[in-house]
Design a protein around this ligand. Structure first.
Ligand code: WTA
Length: 566
């Protein structure tokens, strides 16, 4: 049971979490070991760790003993290929059991695991593999072609492992690995990684430049373990469902590490969104704790409460949400539909764990993100001075005092980008928000040009660079436009090259071009052909003007935006 917020806020120290994990300074700490071996050592080896289903009716259950043995075997297999500690191993596949168990395996080898969203096209995949200098990609037949195209220019990528590649036509440098057939290595020893050794590498988008590689370390476990336990209110008999894909941080911090470090059984559904199927899945497995996202909740709302009532969801005890603003209506609807509110949680790839949360048992103010997790010092600061704003309700930049265990240790090969995240001793989240008189945080919007579509961040630069590769495009700007389900979707303003005329066909051709190269998320849902883009005096595109038009906001004095001082 989660203790009271006030009590924790007064006395909490991260060392309390380390103590619960039985971890002492100076000892090795390996997330793979903590998520499997340690749970088995506690006598829970026979407990289901992963209950998996896909939409084709296939099912599989893996106990903690199973995930321990199989992750050991995967680690040993990677070692036999010559993959070494510290090297980057990408997992690029749908939500197959191999993704979850392979994640632990890579960590047990002491290598860095780089999970990438399987809907990525060859270019989105390629820039991330390039930046990470990834030595191995673990994938499935369905996606191997994208890997083949991306790796053409990558001598560092030595191995492609295909988990369903047995008996298939594989190319040079590719090999099959059938997880269930791997021998368990009797003499396997988990890598004795240190607290500051890199563990997970997630890519996140900013306004400028290509995506940034957020470098997590093994001691992030100390934050992820306790936040999962308390904020998700996890209890030993829970059946937990996190519907985020491990290609994104929610799907690893709380879709693998948090629950398994707590010895919790989790269910995974490898299928797209479908309200009826989701409810049936939860009813069938008697899910008790559910971590979801506003876009999914809005889709469920659209299908109505009648559908909810068709299923027995009485097992549900606690609901949480992350990734985008959870509007008050969604909280109120969930009370009506499930008899309990969704609890909003706020955090980022860079924070590694939830930082502002609606604590179980604490009064929920619909529309608010809640209060800082004990152990996290959060504020709203002036964007110019970095001074904390004390006036209730006044909007500033959401900021955190650095130093909690799961804060990333920087962006890979991008120190300058990381340095820019700090002001006056605060880590700046890059979001605008305010704090009310009761200490609750309220989100206002992002402070940059990143587009949050359905809870996934998409960088305008990546889209614009890809657009430039289309033969008809001279210049472009990618901005957010409002959407009733995804909150925001991508809209591209395009200036055509001479000789090209706007048409519906061209529109579609450009959309498809981006969908294939990047992903369905990055694909512009709308394209507007214009003669000229708004620019600063030195020629930088001012996306903010276009965005404001889309949202019907007043941008104020445009001439100040024309200066280049930002
Ligand atoms: C946004 C996802 C409003 C925010 C865990 C943040 C939110 C970005 C919330 C991080 C929330 C996340 N309310 N906005 N509860 N949670 N965001 O790195 O803009 O993929 O900076 O991490 O999502 O997205 P990321």
């Amino acid at each position: 049971m989660t203790p009271s917020y006030e009590e924790c806020r007064q006395s909490f120290d991260w060392s309390q979490s380390a103590r619960e994990l039985g971890y002492e300074d100076g000892q090795p700490i390996n997330i793979g070991w903590y998520c499997s071996d340690r749970i088995c050592e506690q006598g829970l080896g026979q407990k289901p760790a992963l209950i998996w289903e896909d939409n084709g009716g296939r099912e599989a259950t893996f106990t903690f003993d199973d995930i321990r043995d199989r992750s050991d075997a995967i680690a040993a297999h990677l070692a036999s290929l010559g993959i070494e500690r510290g090297e980057r191993v990408c997992i690029f596949m749908d939500r197959l059991p191999e993704l979850y168990i392979g994640f632990l395996g890579v960590l047990k080898l002491g290598a860095v695991v780089q999970p990438l969203f399987s809907a990525f096209g060859e270019e989105s995949l390629g820039v991330r593999l390039e930046n990470a200098e990834t030595c191995c990609v673990i994938t499935q037949m369905k996606h191997v072609r994208k890997v083949r195209r991306a790796r053409k220019t990558m001598p560092f990528l030595r191995h492609v492992i295909v988990v369903d590649g047995q008996g298939k036509d594989l190319k040079e440098g590719e090999s099959a690995m059938t997880m269930t057939e791997l021998e368990h290595p009797a003499d396997f020893r988990c890598a004795e990684t240190g607290p500051e050794d890199f563990s997970v590498l997630h890519y996140t988008s900013g306004t400028t430049g290509q995506p940034k590689g957020a470098q997590h370390v093994h001691s992030s476990l100390i934050s992820q373990y306790i936040t999962a336990k308390w904020v998700l209110d996890l209890r030993p008999d829970d059946i937990y469902w996190c519907n985020a894909d491990p290609g994104w941080v929610t799907g690893t911090s709380y879709g693998i590490i948090g629950p398994w470090a707590n010895g919790i059984t989790q269910v995974v559904l490898d299928a797209g969104f479908n309200s009826d199927a989701w409810y049936a899945f939860m009813a069938r497995h008697e899910v008790t704790v559910w971590y979801s996202a506003p876009t999914a909740i809005r889709l469920l709302m659209r299908d109505g409460t009648e559908l909810v009532k068709k299923h027995d969801l009485s097992s549900l005890r606690h609901l949480c949400s992350v990734g985008e603003p959870l509007n008050a209506e969604a909280v109120i609807w969930s009370e009506e539909a499930f008899g309990k509110p969704f609890h909003d949680t706020y955090w980022q790839t860079e924070t590694g764990c939830m930082v502002i949360t609606n604590w179980p048992g604490m009064k929920v103010k619909p529309g608010s993100m809640g209060k800082p997790f004990p152990g996290i010092e959060a504020a709203v600061v002036d964007p110019k001075t970095g001074e904390a704003i004390t006036e209730p309700g006044k909007v500033g930049i959401i900021a955190l005092a650095p130093g909690w265990p799961s804060m990333i240790r920087g962006y890979r090969n991008n120190q300058a980008g990381w340095d820019k995240k700090f002001l006056n001793g605060w880590y700046l989240c890059g979001d605008q928000g305010s704090i009310d008189q009761d200490g609750y945080f309220w989100f206002s919007g992002r402070d940059d040009d990143v587009i949050n579509t359905g809870g996934h961040l998409v960088g305008p630069f990546e889209i614009e660079s890809a657009l430039l590769e289309h033969e008809a495009v001279a210049e472009s700007a990618a901005v957010a436009t409002p959407d009733t389900v995804n909150m925001e979707v991508v809209k591209a303003f395009v200036v055509l090259k001479p000789g090209f005329e706007p048409s519906d066909d061209l529109d579609l051709a450009i959309m498809n071009f981006i969908r294939k190269k990047l992903s369905p998320l990055a694909m512009p849902q709308q394209i507007e052909f214009i003669d000229q883009l708004p620019k600063t005096r030195s020629g930088k595109i001012i996306r903010r003007i276009l965005r404001a038009q889309e949202f019907g906001e007043d941008i104020g004095d445009v001439s100040t935006l024309m200066n280049d001082d930002d």
